[in-house]
Each structure stands twice: as structure tokens, then as C-alpha cells.
Design a protein around this ligand. Structure first.
Ligand code: KG4
Ligand code: ZN
Length: 347
């Protein structure tokens, strides 16, 4: 079964062809990062215009690289949420036009379900049935979530951030430290040789139990707004730290605090849920320090860790085509694509 995936939820125009939900025949990502860099973040108006220009060539490229003909595509899958409305609209419009023209079924894919599925694009991982139930830590620029995955289509949200996402905290921290955009990889570079213990930045939502918004237990949730403020105060009191050799220590301590909070909740949830498999997906999962900490945790818990392949951590269409193919092969009907859903929940 060949699925053509289209992803335009934020600032990457992406298309991919995936066979049977597992074999990536082609995967094209056109990043707009250079266009947004001068503004230190994604500008929706610039993003949607860039998607309009890129979507047709990116689709053609994906088909050509896959060595597939349009007739051979069995299904078209498109991200219909969550994301920026004006960006989602371009992918959804292209997908609907294509489905109509080719007379192929179209399915709407939840961007978060795509990220969750990205671990299965690693040919080395077994079938979903052999690793589920699994706890997945989803860490992107817009979301920080702990999800229990019981199959490729059964998810349960166990915890999430109550304010900023971890990727957002890294992006904002990088801006405060005068580093480039996107901030996660810039902080990772700046932190090389730095002492992660030098600055005691807060680890968010310390102590206390009880329920928070949405009925989630406080001890499974995250908060990142205090971390950024704490860095702001250090730099207000010591602006010289940006130029006196302290920057590597600041960057290392900042990302360490961000990751310690993730690991603390993740460990608690894996223990409490009693599962033997856990995973990490999303753009922040590219970070080598985070990967090392996850590996330590896997050893400590005697559990198996699955991290999405590097290329499929950040936004891409292979994860969209992949999860759509897996759903179809499990007999799930296509999800109608009536509109874009900027705040689409996972289930
Ligand atoms: O998954 P993604 O591409 O897009 C969203 O769905 O949001 O994630 C983007 C986020 C950004 O916040 C970026 O700073 C972060 O992933 N990121 C990283 C690294 N590479 C990307 N964070 C830490 N270390 C990295 N190497
Ligand atoms: Zn994403």
C-alpha cells in the first residue's frame, strides 16, 4: 500500500511516499528556517506564502524520488491539525485537489499522531504490537506531552506542559543568550564543554500532588515559564556572562534543567504504568545530551528505549504517510478532511 503524505503545519513544506506504513521510498522537506530567522520565530504570513510556492515542486519531487507514478498511489494523507491555520490550509487544499484529480481516497492525519508514529520509521524497531504498550515523551516546539500508546491508534494523554513547551523554552532561552534560531540546536552547540551543574535553574512544578487542568495529575505535568524567567534574572544581574566565558556553562545548565524535568516525569510515569518500552519523539529528541540521559534511564529501569531516527524527529511527511498507512492496514477508515483544525486534540 503506497501512501503519499503531505505536511505543512508549521514552517516546513514536506511530502513523502511510504509503503505499508514502514518503508520510506522518498521524503522531501523544504525548510523555511532561513526566511524566519531574522524574526527569531515563525511568521505565519511568510510561512503560508512559502508553502504556496513550494508545495507543487515538493510533491513532484517526492513522487519522482520514490520512482512511483501518480496512478500507483493508494491513498493521500495530509496533516489537518494541530498547527498554524494558514499553513495547514495550503497542504489541505493541495491534498484535496490532488485526491479529486486522481480519484484517490484522502485521509486527515493528526500531526501529533505522526510524531508518535515516527519511531516506527526505524526499520530496526519491531511491529507496533510488539512494543506497545509504550510511554512516549513527545517534545516539540509546540507540545510537551507524556502519552501512553496502546496501539498505533489508541493513545492516552498522561501528562503535559501547563505553559511553554520544552522546545519553546529552548528557543526563548537561546534568544535571551543572543544565540540563533531555532534555539534548541544553538543551545546544544553553545553548551559544548559547559558545566551543566554551574547554574541551579528551576526544574519546574516541584513537589505537591493533586489535579491540574484537564484532570491530569500535577506530578505528571511540566512547567517551563519559570526556567526562562530565571535565566532572564541571571542575565539582568550579570550581563557580562554573555561575553566572559560563562556562556557554555549557562547554555549547558539551562538545557540540563529543561531535560531533568522531562526525565523526572518520564521515569515516574514509566514506573507507575509498569511498561517495558518507552520512546522519545519530536524536534527536541535530536539533542544528544537528552538522548544520553534517556539511555541512562533505560538502563536504570531495565526498559527498552526507542528514539525516532534523527531525520524524522523534526517535522516531516514520512511520519504522516507512515501513520496513515498503518491505520489503513489496521482497517481504520479514512478521516474526512473537511477543514483545518489548528487546535486538534490527539483524540
Ligand atoms: O518537531 P518540531 O520540528 O516542530 C514542532 O512540531 O514544533 O520541533 C521543533 C523544536 C524547536 O523548538 C527546536 O528548537 C527543537 O525542536 N530542536 C532541538 C534540537 N533540534 C531541534 N532542541 C534541542 N536540541 C536539538 N538538537
Ligand atoms: Zn511537529
Amino acid at each position: 500500500m503506497l501512501v503519499l503524505g503531505i505536511e505543512t503545519s508549521c514552517d516546513e513544506t514536506a511530502a513523502a511516499v511510504v509503503r505499508d506504513g514502514r518503508e520510506v521510498l522518498s521524503h522531501i522537506v523544504l525548510s523555511q528556517v532561513a526566511a524566519h530567522r531574522p524574526y527569531g520565530g515563525v511568521v505565519p504570513e511568510i510561512a503560508s506564502r512559502a508553502h504556496v510556492e513550494a508545495v507543487a515542486p515538493v510533491l513532484n519531487d517526492a513522487l519522482e524520488k520514490a520512482g512511483a507514478h501518480w496512478d500507483e498511489v493508494d491513498q493521500i494523507a495530509v496533516t489537518h491539525g494541530p498547527g498554524l491555520a494558514s499553513s495547514l490550509m495550503i497542504g489541505v487544499t493541495a491534498a484535496r485537489a490532488l485526491a479529486l484529480r486522481l480519484n484517490k481516497p484522502l485521509t486527515g492525519v493528526n500531526h501529533l499522531a505522526g510524531h508518535l508514529y515516527s519511531v516506527f520509521l526505524d526499520p530496526a524497531i519491531g511491529e507496533p504490537e510488539s512494543v506497545c504498550p509504550m510511554i512516549v515523551l513527545l517534545v516539540t516546539g509546540g507540545h510537551t506531552m507524556l502519552i501512553r500508546m496502546d496501539s498505533v491508534s489508541e493513545y492516552q494523554l498522561l501528562g503535559q506542559t501547563l505553559d511553554d513547551a520544552v522546545g519553546e523554552a529552548l528557543d526563548k532561552g537561546a534568544t535571551l543568550m543572543g544565540l540563533g534560531y531555532p534555539g534548541g540546536p544553538e543551545i546544544e552547540k553553545a553548551a559544548v564543554g559547559g558545566d551543566p551543574g554551574r547554574y541551579p535553574f528551576p526544574r519546574g512544578l516541584r513537589g505537591g500532588r493533586g489535579e491540574v487542568a484537564g484532570g491530569l495529575p500535577r506530578e505528571r505535568c511540566f512547567s517551563y515559564s519559570g526556567l526562562k524567567t530565571s535565566l532572564l534574572y541571571v542575565l539582568r544581574d550579570h550581563p557580562e556572562h554573555l561575553t566572559n566565558g560563562e556562556l557554555p556553562h549557562l547554555a549547558a545548565s539551562y538545557q540540563e534543567a529543561a531535560f531533568d524535568a522531562l526525565l523526572d516525569r518520564l521515569e515516574r510515569v514509566v514506573r507507575e504504568e509498569g511498561v517495558k518500552h518507552f520512546a522519545c519523539v519530536g524536534g527536541v529528541a535530536k539533542n544528544k545530551r537528552l538522548r544520553a540521559k534517556l539511555e541512562d534511564l533505560a538502563d536504570r529501569l531495565d526498559a527498552e528505549l526507542h528514539v525516532a531516527p534523527m531525520t524524522y524527529c523534526t517535522d516531516n511527511a514520512a511520519m504522516i504517510a507512515g501513520v496513515a498507512g498503518a491505520h489503513a492496514m489496521h482497517g481504520l477508515p479514512p478521516t474526512p478532511v473537511d477543514d483545518v483544525h489548528p487546535n486538534l486534540p490527539l483524540y
